[in-house]
Design a protein around this ligand. Structure first.
Ligand code: NDP
Length: 308
């Protein structure tokens, strides 16, 4: 069985930063990229708030740069998904792609978080046929059409403004009477003429036919009054859930499934397992905070391995 000193799971800014630090510390890290190589940032357009890029940077480009930076110091970056773990004793045993097993002396979990859906039957029926959780991936298919974005946070505002540059009209379906997004994002939305914000509306049903989405039936949160909008694209931007299913019952998780860590460290409930990035961070969730926590995890991991 292959024996790995420092195993990193996940390939967002947290995982790659951990790989950069771990390889420079001669920990010979092996990183498995997971379901979405490059992580959530590959589904965004410009990143304008990562320090060091005064003109902004394309998300996919930034992840390619981080990957190459880690490889330059010798990190072994592999395609593959962790499908099973046994953290009950060291070395930890980990199954990749449901097939081969490896063992690891220490592990950094940086599996991130994934998009949430409303949970409507009609929504799953039309997934991939007009229903999407990634405007930057799928918006192009709806150019010059009418679409809707669900949510009132920064992601929803960002997706709505992006779609407004491609589509004829963008509705924002917001369940509260206000947007949760930052003031800057709100201003961007309100100054875009082809975005209409529909406050206090919930989606009762996504409408469609054999060709895909044709509309949505909305219900006013206070009055219950219903209305229908004609759209061909229905984009979800209602937050994320942490990718921790494989660690359930093995690592201590909070009520929402985020990995619990000790104070400002990356230490989880299992000695030798460290967590970094969105998978342990329900509140900040930024590329730069994820990268910072990847560094913390690599330093904690290095100290742990040296003490063994
Ligand atoms: P948020 O949790 O901030 O917002 C989710 C939005 O979806 C809220 O408006 C919420 O409504 C709504 N929502 C949740 N569940 C439902 C539901 N079942 N039905 C209808 N609406 C629902 O998530 P985001 O993904 O927008 O942002 C996550 C974090 O990332 C934030 O900290 C944000 O600031 C950050 N971010 C920063 C960006 C940037 O700086 N460039 C870009 C994107 C994100 P309600 O308000 O009623 O709870």
């Amino acid at each position: 069985m292959e024996h790995i000193r420092c195993l990193i799971v996940g390939s967002g800014p947290a995982g790659f930063t951990a790989a950069i630090y771990a390889s420079r510390a001669n920990l010979s890290p092996v990183l498995y990229e997971g379901i979405e190589p490059g992580g959530q940032l590959t589904t965004t357009t410009q990143i304008e708030n990562f320090p060091g890029y005064p003109e902004g940077v394309d998300g996919t480009q930034m992840m390619d740069d981080l990957r190459r930076q880690a490889q330059r110091f010798g990190a072994d970056i592999r395609r593959g998904i962790v499908t099973e773990v046994d953290l009950s004793s060291r070395p930890f045993r980990v199954r990749i792609d449901g097939e081969h097993e490896i063992e690891a002396e220490a592990m950094i979990v940086a599996t991130g978080a994934s998009a949430r859906y409303l949970g409507l039957e009609s929504e799953s029926r039309f997934r991939g046929m007009g229903v999407s959780a990634c405007a930057t991936c799928d918006g192009f298919f709806y150019r010059r059409q009418d679409v809707a974005v669900v949510g009132g946070g920064d992601t929803a505002c960002e997706e709505a403004t992006y779609l407004a540059s491609l589509c004829r009209k963008v509705y924002m379906i917001v369940r509260k009477p206000y947007l949760r997004a930052s003031k800057a994002m709100q201003e961007r939305v309100f100054s875009t003429s082809n975005i209409e914000v529909l406050f206090e509306q919930n989606t009762a049903e996504v409408l469609g036919d054999e060709n895909g989405v044709t509309g949505a039936r909305l219900r006013h949160s206070a009055t219950g009054e219903e209305r229908t909008i004609d759209i061909t694209g229905f984009f979800l931007a209602i937050g994320h859930h942490p990718n921790t299913d494989v660690f359930k019952g093995q690592l201590a998780l909070d009520a929402e499934g985020y990995i619990k860590v000790e104070g400002a460290t990356s230490k989880t409930s299992v000695e030798g397992v460290f967590a970094a990035g969105d998978v342990k961070d329900p509140s900040y969730r930024q590329a730069v905070t994820a990268a910072g926590s990847g560094c913390v995890a690599a330093l904690d991991c290095e100290r742990f391995l040296l003490a063994q």
